[in-house]
Write a protein that binds this ligand. Sequence first.
Ligand SMILES: *Cc1c(COP(=O)(O)O)cnc(C)c1O
Length: 434
Amino acid sequence: MNDILEQFPILQEVSEGREVIWINPDLQAAQDGLSHCGLSLADIEEADERLRRFAPLLVHCFPETEPLHGIIESPLVEIPNMKRRLLGDEMTGKLLLKQDSHLAVAGSIKARGGIYEVLKYTEDLAIQHGLLRREDSYEVLAKHKEFFGQYLIQVGSTGNLGMSIGIMSAALGYQAVVHMSADARQWKKDLLRRHGVTVVEYQSDYSEAVKQGRKLSGEDPNSYFVDDENSQNLFLGYAVAALRLKEQLRRQNAAIDREHPAFVYLPCGVGGAPGGVTFGLKQVFGDAVHCFFVEPTQAPCMLAGMVTDLHQQICVQDIGLSGITHADGLAVGRPSGFVGNSIKPVLSGEVTVCDAVLYDYLRDLMDTEGIFLEPSACAAFHGAVQFAKAPEMKSYVQRYGLRDKLDDAVHIVWATGGNLVPDDIREEYLHTRL
Ligand SMILES: *Cc1c(COP(=O)(O)O)cnc(C)c1O
């Protein structure tokens, strides 16, 4: 450990639990950086088309998706009052909130990746067994609950991925098993059990829950494991967000291009969700978009992996941190190696945030805009705040020649979850002071 801390001085601060700002020294031009991933824009477009094929089935299973015709997508709204509260006039340009917190069905960003992966598996299975042809209306699958009931879908989760996979799987008729880490909140387990999902509880952290789930699933030929640490399907499901965002901006007459840069702040756990979204954004907007991840000071696993280039070979406990955080969606000790390796060349940087501040952001947003987010999602605000205030960010702006473009910039805070949080827990969060 001492060797690592000596070699990477920023990790010394990280290991003391202090907030840090890390600018990626290895950032490449989008075109070059994206080639490391082995996936392309065409793969994202294929995922988008698959989701469109499933839209009629989603309307059937979840009537709340009817207004958007079975496409699960979230609003992008300007939050001027929150901007004034947090930043006064320290930030020019617009502050926008991407409300994945309000995605239908799962109430979090996991609705993108998790639901996509279940649907991809379902399509493969149904076609293979002659229950479906690509040209059919996929609503026919609603008749085959008994067939899907022979199959098991399993996942390891700190909570939200389990809800997305569990709710979607159960709706199609699958047996679903969610392996929940100790960080998972009780209400998430209760909600899943009400949907008929089997919840297995662990006293250990997320990495262990994933490991157990993967092992148990591997022993059963009728079981499919959604592998949050390695799944390309999850990643592509998340990446579709970028195509949708482009369309959304077009409808709002806003552009992202060289003269109108976008700065995007994404809360990060194991890396799949923010990594997939970043991959999509860089594919769609190239060098005009600048993505920053935000992690809790006690669980900055992706940061540790990126700084050292050790990726999944390092965990936060290796540098003396607990991995324990109020941001349950981000309580991950070991990052995805697949995501770290794919994304590092296109990630602008990372910031870390201490738990106490998350509740301040949570209250501020409720107070100024009347919008509720869960603590994990509030981490994204810290990216915007540090962008406006930190000297490291000023150097970034300087280095990439962005100074005269900031008046025309947009800052997108990616709100990753909150809509399913029950009222009593909302009250608890709104009154939590650390
Ligand atoms: C899962 C989650 C994240 C981070 O996603 P990862 O894929 O774990 O990096 C962020 N916010 C919330 C609310 C989440 O549930």
